[in-house]
Design a protein around this ligand. Structure first.
Ligand code: SAM
Length: 408
């Protein structure tokens, strides 16, 4: 592979913003990729994938390059040099790459790869937490989470079928495969930008990881029900639930951020989804009005996001232990409060995109043991591990609220 100056510089600029100005990687890349209209999909792919790779392996590469944060521009080039050398790419004779110590880089890589926090490129506290919570499993899971994510589509069955979409994309030379056990999913055989296709613009699919598609399935949404998606965000799962409801019944999508619900409505229009009503949670009244009114409630809880490191590698550097403590407290509150919206005999799904037991099964176990959870029982629990599934890490539990006894 020959390195092109403007693509390498665009990568360095992106890394500068992500590492030194604490900007979010996906937002930075979105902007960088707008910079030059002449860039083709390979050029864009190079910038995005190289940036994500260097973000993913920041600690390992910095250790090999012997550089410390904040990274000066020459040091960002040193990180890039490590990336290129380890990927077998010939270093050009530009002044930024003078005196590259290729053999030393490979030697240090071999030496540091013996220690997990360097090999998997993790802050000390996160490596310790992973081992504390997952024991021996942590090795395999963090290795899987450091792999690049596949691109998976969820077919919008309100507008097309899996087969028709697969054919339509094949006509554009976008090859996909179905995934056994994921009835609405198509996986891209090769990473490409699908957002520019008419099929996307016409709402025939959304990009949604295969594990995430399990949530609506376990919720088992049916036409005619009243369902509350209590942490709906921009609606990835709401749209799936609505398509399973065939646009019949009522789906109430809530979040504390109006901006996210506005985006949800925009996506719903593209998807031809008509049965979603959005409500901003700006006071406890919003929840109180719905007490015991929903057939099903989904709490897709805010979490550490440790299960989705494949697609958000910068979370390794942005997460803080204090945030984890506060998010666990929020999860506990949401279980206590939002479970009240489930009607007797109805169901609650609690899900996270984390693999930490303290955000998952331990939260549910503690809820069931509290006064607020005494009427619920656990029907099903899926701990989706990235090493086994090949997709994101998720936790999904299905709980049922008991029917009211005749006397009550
Ligand atoms: C895991 S994300 C949801 C993703 C979304 N369900 C999807 O499928 O695209 C969690 C969401 O919870 C929201 N949130 C945070 N605190 C909340 C609260 N107290 N009540 C409701 N939603 C909250 C966040 O704004 C965020 O959108």
């Amino acid at each position: 592979m020959k390195l092109h100056r403007n693509l390498v510089f665009a990568t360095i600029d992106s890394l500068d913003l992500i590492f030194n100005e604490n900007k979010q990687a996906d937002k930075v890349l979105k902007n960088t990729l707008k910079r030059d209209k002449r860039w083709g999909s390979r050029d864009r792919g190079f910038i995005a994938e190289t940036t994500y790779d260097i973000v993913r392996w920041k600690r390992l590469y910095a250790e090999i390059a012997e550089v410390r944060e904040p990274f000066s521009r020459p040091n960002l080039f040193r990180l890039f040099t490590v990336w290129a050398t380890l990927n077998g790419i010939k270093i050009p004779d530009w002044k930024q790459f003078e005196d590259t110590p290729t053999r030393r880089i490979k030697g240090k890589f071999d030496e540091l790869s013996k220690i997990r926090k360097y090999r998997e490129s993790l802050p000390d506290w996160l490596d310790e937490l992973g081992e504390q919570e997952l024991g021996k499993k942590w090795d395999k899971e963090i290795a899987a989470l450091n792999q690049q994510a596949d691109v998976v589509l969820r077919v919008n069955t309100l507008k097309t079928t899996v087969e028709n979409l697969q054919n339509e994309l094949a006509d554009l030379e976008i090859e996909t495969e179905t995934l056994p056990g994921y009835p609405y999913a198509l996986k891209l055989k090769e990473r490409t930008n699908v957002f520019t296709t008419d099929a996307f613009k016409n709402g025939l699919f959304e990009v949604q990881d295969a594990s995430s598609q399990k949530v609506a399935e376990i919720l088992d949404a049916k036409p005619g029900m009243r369902i509350v998606d209590a942490c709906a965000g921009a609606g990835g799962k709401s749209l799936h639930i609505a398509s399973m409801m065939e646009n019949k019944g009522q789906l109430i999508a809530m979040d504390i951020y109006d901006s996210k619900l506005i985006e949800l409505k925009r996506r719903a229009r593209r998807n031809d989804v008509f049965n979603i009503e959005t409500r901003v949670i700006d006071s406890t009244k919003v929840i109180k009005k719905l007490i015991e009114k929903a057939d099903k409630v989904l709490i897709d809880a805010p979490c550490s996001g440790l299960g989705v490191l494949k697609r958000n590698p910068d979370a390794k550097w942005k997460l803080q232990p204090e945030f984890l403590d506060s998010i666990r407290a929020t999860q506990k509150e949401l279980l206590n409060s939002y479970s009240r919206m489930v009607k007797p005999g109805g169901e609650l799904v609690y899900a996270t995109c984390s693999i930490l037991p303290s955000e998952n099964e331990m939260q549910v176990k503690a809820f069931l043991a509290r006064e607020e959870g005494k009427d619920f029982s656990l029907l099903k629990e899926e701990k989706i591990l990235p090493s086994k599934s090949g997709f994101d890490g998720f936790y999904i539990s299905l709980l049922q609220k008991k029917e009211k006894s005749k006397k009550e």
